[in-house]
Design a protein around this ligand. Structure first.
Ligand SMILES: Cc1cc2nc3c(=O)[nH]c(=O)nc-3n(C[C@H](O)[C@H](O)[C@H](O)COP(=O)(O)OP(=O)(O)OC[C@H]3O[C@@H](n4cnc5c(N)ncnc54)[C@H](O)[C@@H]3O)c2cc1C
Length: 432
């Protein structure tokens, strides 16, 4: 169940030994937290990062690591919800993060390479044409194609040239070595100008929460504004070589990229705690289209999905001026982590940033997805089965494929002994 990235040697850091003071505390050592620490350190800000386990032990270690401006059909979705100016701002913000990410990764990660990116539809040419229209309207170069390296026919694809793919752990190893990081140091409680951890207290003027799903429930209502979506990946040897990066526009569709002599096939997705295709679906696809291939690794992970498909980056809530958050990357966290690091550095250093309003975590919640999230939570709160999730008390569902207890409300997960696997819960559960 280990990803191919996680088999690379990772940097190691000590745990925190005593109470400390810092100007900025960053909680969470994934792509987002580490990039925040890197950018703040680069700006001369005194900062410390704490990680509950090992760095990149969360979603970052199990990503598919495509660096792209193509986030599904995001541009037509933003135009529908917020208009063309907002879509253009989203594009410019992601473009600046993409450029920064590629400039850095191309220097330090020998697995970085440029390639074309495709978002395809199996049977709906119109959604593809609409997305191309939306992208062209805001000045992003995108073209229509039906010619791909995929082993099946498609109705059409949006093609964007000169995107990139990389190795997330090699990248993180190169940028994290000079940063002040404590591993195995888990934040338990927020106290205003300090946090309590399992290793003592940390006093900080400003705090960034980069824990994937934000961990403080009293502020920001993230439990209503987000849910988690789980996906599965197979690494296949002897499959047809693929040089581009592909993803189905349908949330439940497939994803493809190559890495050295491997094909990374993703899919089987579902809301965490619900039924889905899992690896089984991917194995059927692999048997059908790549009969000579064999599996060398498989893994699964999940990402936080927002109400309007755009991340939450900025002040954690209106009532917590020194608490910041970066979350809800909707499975496009490589550019959005860099964007978070650039925006939060500017906010902390009191510099202007033109994207703060667009990504404000306090923006309107009036979207259909809010009703779905609230319905799921209510349903599972009033399902009287055990075990319960220590996060907010929802009934957990057993996931046979991964032998885990998963929460359909907010996505916390526990192994078959009750040990915490994925947040927002912070505690293990006791199983009868
Ligand atoms: C299957 C899949 C494929 C993906 N592929 C792509 C892709 O190709 N391109 C792309 O752009 N995006 C992709 N994404 C999205 C991207 O991988 C994520 O958005 C990104 O890795 C999230 O990074 P993060 O730092 O926010 O979270 P994480 O990597 O999960 O890091 C959060 C860290 O916080 C720590 N933590 C949690 N609680 C505490 C606490 N209380 N105290 C201290 N530390 C704590 C955790 O241990 C963890 O290490 C994919 C997502 C999925 C699910």
């Amino acid at each position: 169940m280990n990803s191919i990235w996680n088999s690379a040697q990772k940097l190691k850091f000590d745990e925190m030994g005593a109470d400390i003071k810092t100007d900025v505390l960053i909680i969470g050592g994934g792509m987002c937290g580490i990039l925040c620490a890197y950018m703040l350190n680069d700006a001369g800000v005194d900062c410390v990062l704490v990680e509950a386990s090992e760095i990149c032990s969360g979603t970052t270690g199990k990503t598919t690591a495509k660096i792209t401006l193509q986030h599904g059909l995001i541009y037509s979705k933003i135009i529908d919800k917020y208009g063309t100016d907002a879509a253009q701002l989203y594009y410019h913000s992601q473009r600046s993060a993409f450029d920064k990410m590629c400039a850095l990764a191309s220097k330090i990660d020998d697995d970085f390479n440029w390639c074309d990116s495709f978002v395809y539809s199996l049977n709906d040419r119109t959604v593809i044409e609409r997305e191309i229209g939306a992208m062209q309207k805001i000045g992003c170069d995108a073209t229509f194609t039906r010619k791909t390296e995929l082993p099946f026919d498609i109705a059409g694809a949006v093609k964007v040239k000169n995107q990139a793919q990389f190795h997330p752990i090699k990248f993180i190893n190169a940028i994290a070595s000079n940063l002040k990081i404590y591993e195995n140091t888990k934040v338990l409680e927020f106290g205003g100008n300090y946090v309590k951890t399992n290793r003592g207290k940390i006093y900080a003027k400003k705090i960034i929460v980069a824990t994937h799903f934000p961990l403080f429930n009293k502020h920001g209502a993230y439990f209503a504004k987000m849910y988690q979506h789980r996906s599965y990946v197979l690494a296949l040897k002897n499959a047809q070589k693929i040089s581009g990066m592909y993803v189905d526009e349908d949330k439940k569709g497939l994803s493809f990229r190559g890495y050295n002599n491997l094909l990374l096939l993703g899919g089987g997705s579902h809301r965490t705690g619900k039924k889905g295709g899992n690896w089984q679906e991917l194995k059927i696809v692999a048997d059908k289209y790549y009969p000579h291939a064999h599996e060398v690794a498989k893994w699964a992970t999940q990402d936080c999905m927002t109400l309007d498909d755009m991340p939450y980056i900025g002040r954690y809530s209106k009532t917590t001026p020194n608490l910041y958050v970066a979350t809800g990357f909707n499975k496009w966290g490589m550019t959005s982590s860099m964007l978070s690091a650039m925006m939060l550095r500017d906010m902390i250093c009191e510099r202007e940033n033109e994207y703060t309003k667009l990504y404000s975590p306090s923006r309107s919640v009036l979207h259909m997805q809010l009703a779905i999230n609230l319905f799921e939570t209510t349903k599972n709160l009033f399902t009287f089965t055990k075990p319960r999730c220590p996060h907010l008390g929802c009934a957990l569902k057993y996931n046979k494929q991964e032998r885990s207890w998963d929460c359909p409300c907010h996505g916390s997960r526990f192994d078959s002994d009750g040990k915490l696997l994925d947040n927002p819960a912070t505690d293990d559960i006791v199983l009868d």
